[in-house]
Design a protein around this ligand. Structure first.
Ligand code: PHE
Length: 344
């Protein structure tokens, strides 16, 4: 058997394999060379009839040829597979890329922005004051002496730090009313403040979360009276909820305003019929009243010359009462559930 013939056969096989364009062609080349009646197979079958000296050399040569052809087939096969899949996949290189999912501002942030802009239109200045605050600003300066039972309503978180000799303990602000005294210290009348900040109370149920937001309005000037308070609140309600919504003022008692009110809105979840969120058809949104003379004095303002009104609203509840939202559990706002949040 001729060694050059075997060499040539092998070279021919490899050249054919490299030329193959499809897997099918490659398959038939395997049969041609290595199949049962293939060209290499036939030569291997003839080995036993060779003379022993020749058999060894030719046998090694044929085995090498067989191995090299097999390798060529398998490496060309993987080349064809990648090439093949690219050829069959349609790729438009001019198509725009896929956009990453885009979030949006949290509902509470959206509400805060809307509330701010409504009040800015009538000349209120947006401020923020510390959310870790001294007792004086949160209670005592607001006419709530130490150990006064009125403080109970504010379910306060106290901070475990040394007391200030004049200002008392440190608390997490249970309401934004602490900003009233801060604002009176910062500036002199006329004051038109809107203070929007986080508040903390030890409460958690369908209509309370331990961290929530309030917006606090404070107006101080000469000759300010209840009609100014009512007018301002009615303006806000009309802007935020539309002119169809009903609100009511209920007489109430706060230590830092006199007289005082609470403000309710007809519940949008049940259209005022009464539901698990509001119970009686009305949702309490705010406290308000005429700033108490003692508070003005504590803020360094002469109550003989100036008077003022203040109101404090829950941001979350206010947002929930927007027409058509039908959010009947305040905890949903902080549940981090994208299925809920992405609807807004
Ligand atoms: N701070 C009161 C509360 O959290 C609300 C309030 C603010 C009442 C301003 C009167 C005046 O309930």
């Amino acid at each position: 058997m001729d060694t050059t013939r075997i060499q040539n056969l092998k070279n021919q096989a490899i050249a054919d394999i490299l030329e193959a364009k499809t897997k099918k062609e490659l398959e038939s080349l395997r049969i041609t060379y290595l199949g049962r009646k293939g060209k290499i197979t036939k030569l291997i079958r003839r080995l036993p009839s060779l003379k022993p000296e020749e058999r060894k050399e030719i046998g090694a040569l044929l085995n090498d040829a067989k191995r090299d052809i097999e390798r060529a087939i398998s490496s060309h096969y993987s080349l064809l597979t990648t090439h093949y899949s690219l050829e069959n996949e349609w790729l438009d290189v001019t198509a725009p890329g896929k956009k990453p999912p885009q979030g949006h501002l949290h509902l509470v942030t959206q509400a805060i922005r809307e509330i701010s802009s409504i009040f800015e239109k009538i000349g209120f200045v947006r401020v923020r004051y510390p959310e870790i605050e001294w007792d004086w600003y949160a209670f005592e300066g607001l006419n709530m002496p130490k150990d006064h039972p009125a403080r109970d309503e504010w379910e306060t978180f106290f901070i475990d730090t040394p007391q200030h000799p004049q200002l008392g303990k440190m608390v997490l602000t249970p309401h934004t009313s602490s900003g009233q005294l801060r604002e009176m210290e910062r500036t002199k009348p006329p004051i038109r403040m809107i203070n929007i900040a986080k508040c903390y109370r030890r409460q958690l149920d369908i209509s309370h979360v331990p961290m929530f937001h309030q917006f606090e309005g404070l107006v101080i000037d000469k000759g300010i009276s209840i009609p100014h308070l009512k007018g301002t609140i009615e303006y806000f309600v009309k802007e935020f909820f539309g002119s169809q919504r009903k609100i009511r003022f209920r007489p109430f008692h706060f230590r830092f305003t006199e007289p005082s009110f609470e403000i309710d809105i007809d519940c949008d979840v049940c259209q005022g019929k009464g539901c698990r969120f509001c119970r009686q058809g009305w949702v309490e949104l705010a406290g308000a009243g005429m700033v108490h003379p003692i508070v003005l004095k504590n803020g360094g303002i002469n109550p003989q010359i100036y008077s003022g009104f203040a109101f404090g609203w829950g941001v979350e509840r206010t947002y929930m009462m927007k027409e058509g939202l039908k959010i009947d559990d305040i905890r949903l706002l902080y549940s981090n559930d994208l299925k809920f949040l992405t609807q807004f």
